[in-house]
Write a protein that binds this ligand. Structure first.
Ligand SMILES: CNc1ncnc2c1ncn2[C@@H]1O[C@H](COP(=O)(O)O)[C@@H](O)[C@H]1O
Ligand SMILES: [Zn+2]
Length: 356
């Protein structure tokens, strides 16, 4: 049975909406980066959290620092982005929204603009190679860097919104949730929103952020990352839940990330259950597939085994994610046709393979 669901999840066409580029770097790509920079003395154990391992969220953020040391040239960024895109495609992801934070020039030798251009180049390269995946990009704001850097990032994203042929679709707000306050970033986020950039905000990833979550929900964002502590059972409040429901703001839920990062005590206690039972749009995502040693098929499988979802329910979950993408209606429609085309084939293929 587990094998059957595993196979089904792999074959399932999927939508990935919450993937941080430098958290998504695979073991194989890290290997290549380590070979490029032996003097850094970085080992695999420093860049990923293996099976059964847990870390605090603070420790997770140390891991990103190590990866950033390994990914610090234009060549690295291009390789990392093309590898990550190909890996998502191999995992059956048909539509991907990748996000990444343009870093300070002194850390990469690249201006922030060039950083984004390099990722766009990777997206275009994959397209030209015929990789079967539609990739869009969200420019990420790291909350640790404060309001001025946030405003700079928004202005940069605005430029790309106009010039990237639809590839740059929005903004992400991420970074260590315990650092800084969302209220300082409101003007930048508001401006981005007014310019037509879609907003995906990490919200209530840690406890006791009711005030910040309330302020950010008033924007309102177009999607929420995690939202772990929004509902009353987790110390949130009904009024926060009501705002999410009223504005019908989809949640991006990342099970392995939350359990390995210890913001959620176990898979069965994951807030997927709460929102799924409400029938609220909830999209299964990986967050950082490299750091947390997972992939999107595995996340779907976890949902199935933890909450007892049937193949039909998994199919609906992946199909409903299409409605939550930031690309325009025409793209949604194409993806829906794609899903319909694939449906019969996938339900029969996974059955046949098991009857052999
Ligand atoms: C685990 N939960 C999380 N919570 C908040 N922010 C996270 C995150 N996981 C990743 N990031 C954000 O993504 C960056 C790495 O990718 P990029 O260099 O941008 O491609 C991290 O430095 C952090 O800002
Ligand atoms: Zn995230």
């Amino acid at each position: 049975m587990d094998h059957e669901v595993g196979l089904f999840c792999r074959e399932l066409p999927k939508v990935e909406l919450h993937a941080h580029l430098n958290g998504s770097v695979s073991y194989q790509t890290i290997e290549k980066l380590i070979r490029r920079k032996p003097h850094l003395n970085i080992e695999h154990s420093m860049t990923a959290i293996g099976k059964g391992q847990r870390r605090t969220l603070e420790e997770c953020f140390q891991v990103f620092k190590v990866i950033h040391q390994l990914v610090d040239t234009e060549e690295d960024i291009l390789m990392v982005a093309t590898d990550v895109i190909r890996e998502f495609a191999e995992d059956g992801v048909k539509y991907l929204e990748l996000r990444s934070t343009p870093r300070e020039e002194k850390n990469t030798g690249l201006t922030k603009k060039r950083y984004v251009e390099t990722i766009i180049k990777a997206i275009q390269q994959c397209k030209n190679e015929g990789v079967d995946i539609d990739v869009r990009f969200l420019v990420a704001i790291d909350r640790r860097n404060g309001p001025e850097a946030a405003m700079e990032t928004v202005k940069l994203a605005e430029e790309f919104l106009l010039s990237s042929d639809g590839l740059v679709v929005g903004l992400d707000l991420s970074g260590d949730p315990k650092v800084g306050h969302g209220k300082d970033l409101l003007p930048a986020l508001q401006r981005g929103r007014n310019s037509g950039l879609k907003l995906s905000l990490h919200l209530s990833e840690v406890p006791s952020q009711l005030e910040e979550s309330d302020l950010l929900l008033n924007l309102p964002p177009d999607r929420i990352g995690h939202g772990t502590f929004l509902h009353p059972e987790m110390g949130g409040s009904q009024s926060l839940v009501d705002k999410v429901l009223k504005n019908n703001i989809p949640l991006e839920l990342c099970l392995t990330s939350n359990v390995k990062g210890q913001t959620v005590p176990s898979y069965s206690k994951h807030h997927f259950k709460y929102w799924y039972q409400l029938g609220h749009p909830s999209v299964i995502c990986t967050d950082d597939k490299g750091v947390f040693c997972t992939d999107l098929s595995h996340e779907y499988q976890l949902v199935a085994s933890t909450f007892g979802l049937s193949r039909e329910a998994l199919w609906n979950l992946s199909q409903q994610a299409i409605d939550c993408i930031f690309a325009p209606e025409t793209v949604k429609q194409q993806l829906k046709w794609r899903w319909t085309d694939l449906k019969h084939h996938i339900f029969t293929v996974t059955k046949d393979a098991l009857n052999k």
